[in-house]
Design a protein around this ligand. Structure first.
Ligand code: FES
Length: 198
């Protein structure tokens, strides 16, 4: 039923198993047979797929196609990987029985779902980062306001202190003037007495 290459890959498939901390995970089911495929991708900051793996409850054709699909997408950017066609997989393995062509579609569909999942996670991350940034900015503004308020209070205190000191000086002046007036009056009186006594 299968050619030699398919049998070779099937007896030693690559990239099998769950991936911890995957950047994206896609799961699809095959409507024809009801089998399921889960594909994991790890993506770097340049949006290159640095690793891929799969788990499937599928037939030999599904296992072989997924192993090949992982091989073909590793090292490609997401955009490049999404261009992967079913015919690329079949071309790689030579041929597949016509009744098994639908099995080879699973990997491509699962990849599309994994990319969707990756994009969703990225969006969530960006949102969270934006929230943290806004929170940080709000905190900084609050701290700056508090600092300004402190400076204002210090300036107010200084102004009040200078007002009070000027009032105190005025009162002191008035008191001194009054005392001078009193002394002069006393002097006048004493002179008058002296004159009368002569
Ligand atoms: Fe279900 Fe091949 S028969 S994946």
């Amino acid at each position: 039923m299968y050619n030699e290459k398919v049998m070779q890959i099937f007896s030693n498939p690559k990239h099998v198993g769950e991936m911890k901390n995957a950047s994206g995970v896609g799961m699809v089911g095959n409507e024809v047979c009801g089998d399921i495929m889960k594909l994991y991708i790890k993506v770097n900051e340049k949006e290159e797929i640095v690793d891929a793996s799969f788990k499937t409850f599928g037939c030999a054709a599904a296992i072989v196609s997924s192993s090949v699909a992982c091989d073909l997408i590793i090292g490609k950017t997401i955009e490049e990987a999404l261009k992967l066609k079913n015919s690329d997989i079949i071309e790689y393995i030579g041929e597949l029985p016509s009744q098994k062509i639908h099995c080879s579609m699973l990997a491509k569909e699962a990849l599309e779902e994994a990319v969707k999942d990756y994009r969703k996670k990225q969006e969530k991350l960006a949102k969270k980062e934006a929230e943290v940034k806004t929170e940080k900015q709000a905190k900084q503004t609050k701290n700056a306001d508090k600092k300004e308020e402190k400076i204002d209070t210090k300036a107010d205190k200084k102004a009040t202190l200078s007002k009070l000191s000027s009032i105190t000086n005025k009162l002191k002046d008035n008191k001194e003037k009054k005392e001078d007036k009193k002394t002069n009056k006393l002097k006048d009186l004493s002179n008058k007495i002296k004159n009368l006594k002569k």
